[in-house]
Unconditional design. Sequence first.
Length: 306
Amino acid sequence: MPTLSFVIPVYRNERAVTLTYQKLCAMQAADLPGYDREFVFVDDGSDDGSLQELLGLRAGDPTVRVVSFTRNFGQMAAILAGLKHATGDLVLHLSADLQDPVELIPQMVRAHEAGHELVVAYRQSREDSWTARITSRLFYGLVRLSFPQMPPGGFDYVLMDRRVVDAFNQVEVRNRFFQGDLLWLGYRTTFLPYTRARREIGRSQYNFWKRLKNSLDAVLDASFLPIRAISLAGVFTALVGFAYALNIIYYRLVHGAPFQGWAPIMVVTLVIGGVIMMMLGIIGEYVWRIFDEVRRKPNYVIRDIY
């Protein structure tokens, strides 16, 4: 029988991982009896009881595999490790916090059986705070400039054919954007909407700085728009400055009007200085990523594989 691998990153998901495991087992037995199963849990340096809980699951079920990091390397690193160690014919990535409905998995498998190599379950709506919903819409609206097929609410819950996983694993770069890389591969893709549930156990570890890092990865690594934008901003600023200079010269030569006051000088200096600093910051991000890539550090370090 074909094997369905469940890749589940874990970070401070004590108690939730057992419920997720139980729901997936019940779903697979009831709705997908024609598939064998494999669990690949990646413990991303959790400092609670998540690893011990995973080892308890492993002791009672030989289909459970646990990959343990030496420290917290981030969700993207955990996803990469999980996909590297998954051996199934189909690989499904989902979160360990019970926010992704396991009831959708049979429909995702049926979509694959109908000929789609990548099945994306996207967040049509979410039971989160209004600030999370607004910032998510703004972020993915920006990403859609580079990936028009990106769903408005983004996605993490995906089912991949073996060919898709192998192609994804061949990309060996740092600071990756998971959604963008999958869509960039170009395999036959279908989209299924769902409502992301509110987290019932624990609290999200996806803080502002992790959101900012993911946003920068999406915008800088998957698009030429920032470089193009600062180029256009530079051209626009130069044209405005040139026009203003011609205006000053004209009034000086034709009307004999002296240049009045220091306020215009300060305004122009501050505006141009701010634009230059912004441009240098964006260029600096690209330079840092080039340096980070050249060093060839691994995305993660594994302590143990159970």
